[in-house]
Write a protein that binds this ligand. Structure first.
Ligand SMILES: [Zn+2]
Ligand SMILES: [Zn+2]
Length: 237
């Protein structure tokens, strides 16, 4: 390994490489150029363990769109419930600091997914309520909101709802839409930045908000052609 490779590796691994903006690691997640394996660290508060089906759907989604010849692994970890009711962005960042154990290392890129036992404490400039991508390799799901809005006759099944939101947020980490990678064909929603203008697409803005309940199907929406083209253009498949 020459000096420039050592320098690159130091730059792309460890805690400091997990403190960038959403979309900045899209190519690392999608391609096998820098990282040939992916690890998903799934940390959930007691009582909010993600369903097996959601984990399966996430892995299938990642296998479909990313090039990771050395595999995709999932590590599940339970942490104590915090009962804060509402979580601010600062609270979430602090929990990640306390509990995240896996960071990019060697040829493995790492993604952190946190499930909290409450809701998001809204600030004026944000509309998300069910989940969020908040850093280049960090996602959060608001478990309380998912539990409240799933099950029953009309409401979507919990696994489908949590998987839908988790995959949407993963799409943001992969650079969708127009997040640090150019669009092949312009398709960003003019009124909702970083989202797709196709209401049938997984990257439609309403997916991560309460509006999802108005049109949600009994299966996870898929990416449309424009979003798929963007992933491929940025090293994915
Ligand atoms: Zn979104
Ligand atoms: Zn789309």
């Amino acid at each position: 390994m020459d000096n420039s490779d050592e320098y690159k590796e130091a730059l792309y691994t460890g805690v400091s490489a997990a403190r960038w903006d959403v979309g900045k690691s899209a190519n690392f997640l999608l391609s096998s150029d820098q990282f040939t394996a992916m690890e998903l660290e799934l940390v959930y508060m007691e009582g909010f363990k993600p369903s097996d089906q959601m984990v399966e759907l996430m892995v299938a989604f990642l296998e479909k769109y990313t090039l990771k010849p050395d595999g995709i692994t999932v590590v599940l970890k339970e942490i104590p419930a915090m009962n804060l009711g509402e979580y601010t962005t600062e609270d979430i960042a602090k929990i990640e600091e306390d509990y995240r154990e896996r960071y990019n290392e060697g040829t493995t890129v790492s993604v952190f997914l946190l499930v909290v036992d409450g809701d998001y404490k809204k600030s004026e400039d944000s509309s998300f309520t069910i989940g969020a991508a908040y850093r280049n390799t960090s996602l959060v799901l608001f478990g309380n909101r998912i539990a409240e809005n799933s099950g029953g006759i009309i409401k979507p099944r919990k696994a489908i709802l949590e998987a839908t939101v988790a995959l949407h947020e993963m799409g943001h980490l992969m650079g969708l839409v127009n997040l640090d990678n150019d669009m092949v064909t312009p398709h960003e929603d003019e009124e909702h930045e970083s989202h797709c203008d196709n209401k049938d697409c997984l990257m439609y803005w309403a997916i991560e908000t309460n509006s999802i309940f108005n049109y949600m199907q009994q299966s996870v929406p898929t990416l449309d052609d424009n979003c798929e083209l963007d992933l491929r253009a940025n090293g994915g498949r």
